[in-house]
Design a protein around this ligand. Sequence first.
Ligand SMILES: NC(=O)c1ccc[n+]([C@@H]2O[C@H](COP(=O)([O-])OP(=O)(O)OC[C@H]3O[C@@H](n4cnc5c(N)ncnc54)[C@H](OP(=O)(O)O)[C@@H]3O)[C@@H](O)[C@H]2O)c1
Length: 347
Amino acid sequence: MRVLLLGFGNVGRTVASLLTVERPRFPGLNSLDVQVTGLVTRTKGALANPRGINLTRAVTEIRSTGSFDRANPEFLRVTATEALANLEYDVLVELTPLSIEGKGEPATTYVKTALSRGRSVVTANKGPAAFAFRELRDCAAKNRARFLYESTVMDGAPVFSLAESSLKGCVVKGFSGILNSTTTYILTRMEDGADLEGALEQARREGFVEADAAHDLDGWDAAAKVSVLANALMNASLTPPDIVRQGISGLTPAKVKKTRAEGKILRLVGRGWREGSRVRGRVELATLPLNHPFAGVQGSGSILRIETDLMCPILITQERPTLYDTAYGVLNDLLLLSSHPTEGRPG
Ligand SMILES: NC(=O)c1ccc[n+]([C@@H]2O[C@H](COP(=O)([O-])OP(=O)(O)OC[C@H]3O[C@@H](n4cnc5c(N)ncnc54)[C@H](OP(=O)(O)O)[C@@H]3O)[C@@H](O)[C@H]2O)c1
């Protein structure tokens, strides 16, 4: 499978590392046959090689100088748009940042361009599925390609693949969950006495804060995840501005301490539910009793509760995810593609 990689930040470099130097540690990846034939960043340059880029060199160059070396024989002057239209690839792996202000662009256009060429897409970026889910799903089906986005919610934990393969025949009535690692991490550290800024700085060092931290603090990242879940699991057409939203900006250590002293805990909770024929979504700073199933979620952990008409509620939890979990979600989607390359009706 020839891959065009857009974005080579925290997630892209971890994917590259798992495909190269760290690969021998994970024999389960043996069947993954991937050559990255194009790699494009916004400011650090681009690389291309139809036989497969030297990813180890790419990671080393970025780590040592912060950009690709112009003397690298694979260095190419190309924009993402040009690469999408002209390079040879079977799958686009889209790992650029979430843009709320840009309503998911330019990533959504990148994804649409690849799908329209009949190329499947794997993305960890919530933007495309949060702002244009139906259009992209239909475009994939029309062009006999696949649009996969497992890492957009709870990193590599099986959310969409579980719903698709193991909840057949069930109608999802609603969901709720703690979906944003940064805010849970900050709230957990504030419970231990840290202030918001210090806790945010620590989360940033761990690599899971969004490029724009306000996306996490103001609830936009959680709202984007609620949109993706509602669209994918409940066939909705919600976008992040449709989600009633609260964040944790302005929260003081005193408020966190007081809540804790009352035997409760604060967590940013996202929900989706049906109201007649409509699907609604909300993100709120909820006060939870300590015996609530969500109250045990600490640090960078997440939890999702899915309610269906047929099954009792299902809980998916994730403890201490790292960038490897996100990168694994991307690799899992690539493995899925290698066994099921197309879906939907012929175009
Ligand atoms: N980090 C996590 O734990 C995590 C977890 C789940 C999902 N995600 C999602 O995964 C995606 C990637 O996250 P990340 O942490 O790797 O982000 P990141 O470290 O900020 O890296 C983003 C990469 O995208 C490139 N880029 C930005 N705009 C571009 C454009 N228009 N065309 C081509 N490349 C472009 C950047 O290039 P420059 O460096 O040159 O600007 C950079 O290489 C995001 O959407 C994020 O929300 C991340």
